[in-house]
Write a protein that binds this ligand. Structure first.
Ligand SMILES: *Cc1c(COP(=O)(O)O)cnc(C)c1O
Length: 391
């Protein structure tokens, strides 16, 4: 058998397991209502928490930067790819996050490749929440550091790992700020306390918390008032910020170290000028528009309580990420497909992303969803929920 025939076999296997899925192709931008197959559906799936993807000021910034600099940066950051828009973005990001410095990468994913692949060596140990994002797991895979997984948000489990880690040069705790599958928040104050007791570094990945938690969306550290006690704040510019990119915020030394060592920074072309300029404008919009976040939180809290009153199980959600737990994979995917027929798109999330019996349909409520939109969604969910005997 030649090399690639097994691909067909493995694809067949995925089909037999009901796990074969090609991406849907949408015909409009990421608003609350999107077009697919010529139909308009209410979309509750994107990470566009604040509706910034089509904000007029961000679009204008992208257009102006394209006119001024062209469409590409032309090089990696360390050669001729650091434009003044990249530099200004990093200055304002650091100021926004309350850190000395920030370094921007092409995505949140590559940020984690850069940070973990660079900071950790053989003598170190990384201690990671079991539900941390795939990009953290892959970043850790790039290092020779020892690794321990602690039970999700379980501080006894974290402490046990720390107790066994005293022989290492650096103890490095990493957690998501907001967990993307359940919508719960990391217990950062307790994590910081344990880190201080056991002399560990704290790194938080605020991908789903940037723009969502804290004053004006400054993140989990700000939400809990822990400025100065969290060593590394990773974030993405791809979710609530509405564009694409990632960053690591912390000390000036951290930034300079990453500039010299982080391979995605050194060996992959920098963000396009339009991307950097629209991210910069997004940060300015965040600072001056607290009402966006307030609207998102009010809508999310009311949608969640309504679903709960209707009798649905929304798990441990405490953010705009709101799952309804359905059960096994086939049933979950069928629920999501029926909802789409009713005009609401919320993806089914199934094994292996979550436990086999904990398949869920996941809703993300954004500032762009109106009360009418959410009532429309609720009626569709109720109708399908009754069909499935969930309520
Ligand atoms: C989405 C996500 C990322 C990846 O961010 P991108 O900018 O989309 O690459 C990284 N970490 C966490 C925790 C995420 O949820």
């Amino acid at each position: 058998m030649s090399g690639l025939e097994r691909l067909r076999e493995e694809l067949e296997q995925l089909k037999n397991q009901g796990r074969y899925r090609m991406p849907a192709v949408w015909e409009s931008g990421s608003g609350p209502w999107m077009e697919i197959g010529g139909r308009r559906v209410l979309q509750m799936a994107s990470n566009n928490y604040l509706g910034l993807t089509d904000h007029p000021r961000l679009k204008q910034a992208a257009i102006e930067a394209t006119q001024k600099y062209g469409v590409g940066a032309g090089s990696v950051r360390t050669i001729s790819g650091t434009l003044d828009v990249h530099d200004q973005l990093e200055r304002e990001l650091a100021d926004f996050k309350g850190t000395e410095a920030a370094l921007v990468f092409q995505s949140g994913f590559t940020t984690n490749q850069g940070v973990f692949g660079t900071l950790l060596g053989e003598e170190d140990i990384v201690i990671s929440d079991e539900l941390n994002h795939a990009s953290i797991i892959d970043g850790i895979r790039l290092t020779k550091a020892a690794r321990r997984i602690y039970k999700h948000k379980d501080m006894d489990s974290l402490e046990e790992a720390l107790k066994g880690a005293s022989g290492h040069r650096t103890r490095f705790i990493v957690t998501d700020g907001v967990f993307s599958m359940d919508g719960d928040i990391a217990p950062l104050p307790q994590i910081v306390e344990l880190a201080e007791r056991y002399d560990a570094v704290v790194c938080i990945d605020d991908a789903h918390a940037s723009g969502v938690l804290g004053r004006c969306g400054k993140g989990t550290t700000d939400h809990f008032g822990l400025h100065g006690r969290v060593h590394i704040q990773i974030g993405t510019l791809s979710k609530a910020v509405g564009v694409v990119g990632g960053y690591a915020a912390g000390s000036q030394e951290l930034k300079e170290y990453l500039i010299h060592k982080a391979r995605p920074f050194l060996f992959s072309t920098s963000q396009t000028p339009a991307v950097a300029a629209s991210c910069l404008e997004a940060i300015r919009v965040l600072r001056t528009s607290p009402e966006l976040g307030e609207r998102m939180w009010a809508s999310a809290n009311s949608f969640r309580s309504q679903l709960q009153r209707d009798g649905f199980d929304t798990g441990v959600s405490e953010t705009p990420i709101i799952p309804i737990v359905i059960g096994d994979s086939a049933r979950t995917m069928a629920f999501s497909a029926r909802l789409l027929e009713e005009g609401v798109f919320a993806p089914g999330i199934v094994y292996p992303t979550v436990a086999a019996d904990k398949g869920r349909v996941r809703f993300i409520v954004t500032a762009a969803h109106t009360a009418d939109d959410l009532e429309f969604a609720r009626q569709a969910v109720l109708k399908v929920g009754r069909e499935f005997g969930l309520v």
